[in-house]
Ligand binder design. Sequence first.
Ligand code: ARG
Length: 567
Amino acid sequence: MLNFKEKIAEEISKATNLNKEELENYIEVPKDSAMGDYAFPCFKLAKELRKAPPAIAAEIYEKLEMDKEAFSKVEIVGGYINFYTNSTALVKDVLSQYNEKKEKYGDSEIGKGKNVVIDYSAPNIAKPFHIGHLRSTVIGGALYNVYKFLDFNVTGVNHLGDYGTQFGKLIEGYKMWGDEYDIDSNPIDELTKIYIRINELCKQDENVLENCRNNFKKLEDKDPYCVEIWERFRKLSLKEFQRVYDMLGSTFDSWNGESFYSDKMQEVVEILEKSGRLVESEGARVIELENMAPCIIEKTNGSTTYATRDLAAILYRARNYDFDKALYVTSYEQVLHFKQVFEVAKLLGIDKKYTDGLEHVAFGMVRLKEGKMSTREGIIIKLEDLLKEAISRAEKVIEEKNPELENKEDVARKVGIGAVIFNDLSNSRIKDEIFDWDAMLNFQGETGPYIQYIYVRTKSVLEKAGYVPKFEDIDINELTDEASTNVIKTIANFSNTLEQVVDKNEPSILSRYLIDLSQSFSSFYNANKIIGEDKEKQDARLYLTYVVGNILKTGANLLGIQMPDRM
Ligand code: ARG
């Protein structure tokens, strides 16, 4: 690969004796291509070189020896040095690289030898798998795929909420009214009803609340009756969750949830005791922290907490996965929880490498366009219903646009689910997400269906032509017009885009990229006749169409979106 940035950095490094890698980081891609394809902002060096940026620019410019084949022009504008790449060199470079790598195009070895644990999805047993968990499942799943593509060794963990005081309550409610509910046929809805009812009773009756707390303690102490009921709830819930995972195509390498750590917390408590930092506070045992609330390790009755289980999980993951990074994908409501846990983790006596590698990948809330979505107010939107609705809405759109389409059901599934996934990943994760059916299913908007639609268009062009030309047979000079080079420049950014995704743990960078690629292809398609021009032009343009289609597919699949062949 020619790697223009590297070439520029190399030359500037020769001219200034400054570090090449550092210089490479400064290089920008101007928004307006009239300002060149790459620009070097000299003000970044002003402090170091103690000169005004224009003077630095002039000095560097004097010494530059640019490769004529790679660059057609270099010029100074104010404190910037602008570089214009030679289109032929660019086209040749990008497409020959594609030809070499094919479906692996964009991959890299930055992850080689590095272990990453991604903790995502993690719904709570006996509670509905709701739309908040959708974000964790989708964001975590996309990160999982991109890390893998970049050669990281990834472990996806579904840290199920299958333990905690709420089970004490459920067990108590079940003991009292179990036979009034049809748990087998509709487990989560029925268990939720029991949960709401027992909560009400707990508010009125201290004794019931006490029993609930004790039930959880008994569960921790392996009381056979409590364990048996708990196991049944867990199994039934997992079966329901699996239906959602099947629709989303989610997979996990480990299903070790909170209960997995029940016998691993004693060690945590002992280590913390030895650290001298574990103190009594109102009957509980806590670690006091600076500038934040204390982290509760053991409750008054000796039972453990969500935080203790996360601490045990860190210890376990450090030992068993030797992670370089451990990511936790949850809503920003848990910011304090992870701050506390990551701080206390420093007392566990594990290598600094591990505590440095902990990262909370937080995301915003989901809001319906019509209003708030919340469990507490009783408007529970179940994820399964929501996905089904997406599919049926996609079906309607297809029915309107293309009633003759074959395999309508399969296409509707890909389009509907794809729309939901893309919507979830289209903005920076920390922003609240607006759930608006019409916007996310709009084929012309910045949506999943739009990307699928452009992909389908590349497919149908190739199908109409009836062949895919060989790279060796195309004439690069036929792709140096503005619309084509724009597409090629976007293609060239694929690998860098993926690296940014893992650098920031931000899948929206890839979503944005796929929109850019789709839009640049759309302009190319409108500006250039692909089929029917002379054979040379046709072959070159068909080849570009083929490459774009493949990258759209690879990119969408990394986000967890399936591509239909027609729509
Ligand atoms: N079950 C939790 C919830 O629904 C999320 C768990 C996240 N992972 C973790 N290791 N704490 O809020």
